[in-house]
Design a protein around this ligand. Structure first.
Ligand SMILES: C[S@@+](CC[C@H](N)C(=O)[O-])C[C@H]1O[C@@H](n2cnc3c(N)ncnc32)[C@H](O)[C@@H]1O
Length: 262
């Protein structure tokens, strides 16, 4: 698919979370304003593109674990982003071809690409939804894949854009809607003086960023059975040998964790 221009309603002059992230991952679905923002942020936190890359590697490992060892066949990917690197359905369906995935985002460009590239099988769905209003998203996901059986809820590189009061409410609402045996997967940037500077750039462009310590990130998994090794830096979650040497990650503050609903 070629990227001919912005879908209607998209202002290419305003950087978007999804497209800046796409730029860092080496994708082509971004505009000059996104690249400029990506470079400004990278100037203060040079590790950010590497963090984004490690986040996607974590996504691959955790989906393989969930579809395999954990026996999960349904995935709800909240804030799914652009399909720049291997996506949830590609990883899950390699392990079990019947895996069903619902991708949710509120970015028009991400949605347009998701529809074109992801919804290639009857088992993959795309929902336009704002996570600040999780109820309609959950109703649609229930109609599409059925939330009466265990599901993996993915919130990767997403919650750091949501302030505490809303983040807690959203996570609780989603967990209340899924049955026992479901999983919540999170990844989240940490806190450091450099990341605080980077967050300022985002705020100046209208996107709030909340930096949280590993302890605060772990609280999102309160009440769940924490899957080993717990809340750890991205490359340390069940490394499978494909991850580059850890010394490349020096100074990187980004954490992930997985919990199972009892
Ligand atoms: C940094 S990207 C992460 C993408 C993917 N989850 C990953 O980890 O690779 C964050 C995504 O969350 C989406 N997003 C941000 N706020 C959202 C909201 N309120 N509702 C739905 N999606 C949102 C953005 O559009 C973007 O695609």
């Amino acid at each position: 698919m070629t990227f001919d221009g912005p879908p209607s309603g998209v202002d290419p002059n305003v950087p978007s979370i999804a497209r800046v992230y796409d730029y860092w991952l080496g994708g082509k679905d971004n505009f000059a304003a996104d690249r400029e923002m990506g470079e400004r942020v990278k100037a203060v936190v040079p590790e950010l593109p590497l963090m984004a890359y490690h986040n996607r590697l974590f996504l691959g490992r955790v989906v393989r674990f969930l579809a395999g060892e954990a026996g999960i066949g349904r995935f709800l990917d909240l804030g799914a982003g652009l399909p720049t690197m291997e996506n949830v359905h590609e990883v899950a369906q390699k392990v079990r071809p019947d895996a069903e995935v619902v991708y949710v985002d509120n970015d028009a460009v991400a949605l347009a690409h998701a529809r074109a590239l992801l919804a290639t099988t009857g088992n993959t769905h795309v929902v336009d939804g704002d996570l600040y209003r999780p109820e309609p998203i959950l109703a649609e996901a229930d109609a599409l894949i059925g939330l009466d059986r265990p599901v993996a809820v993915m919130m990767l590189a997403m919650l750091h854009f949501v302030p505490d009061e809303d983040a807690g409410r959203i996570v609780r609402t989603v967990l209340d809607a899924v049955p026992s045996g479901s999983y919540l997967v999170i990844s989240h940037i940490g806190d450091s003086p450099q990341l605080r500077k980077a967050a300022e750039f985002y705020r100046a462009s209208g996107t709030g960023v909340v930096l949280r310590s590993a302890e605060r990130i772990a609280r999102f998994l309160d009440g769940l059975e924490l899957v080993a090794p717990g809340v750890v830096p991205l490359p340390e979650w069940r490394p499978d040998g494909s991850v580059p040497a850890l010394d490349l990650m020096a100074g990187m503050a980004a954490f992930c964790g997985v919990g199972r609903k009892p």
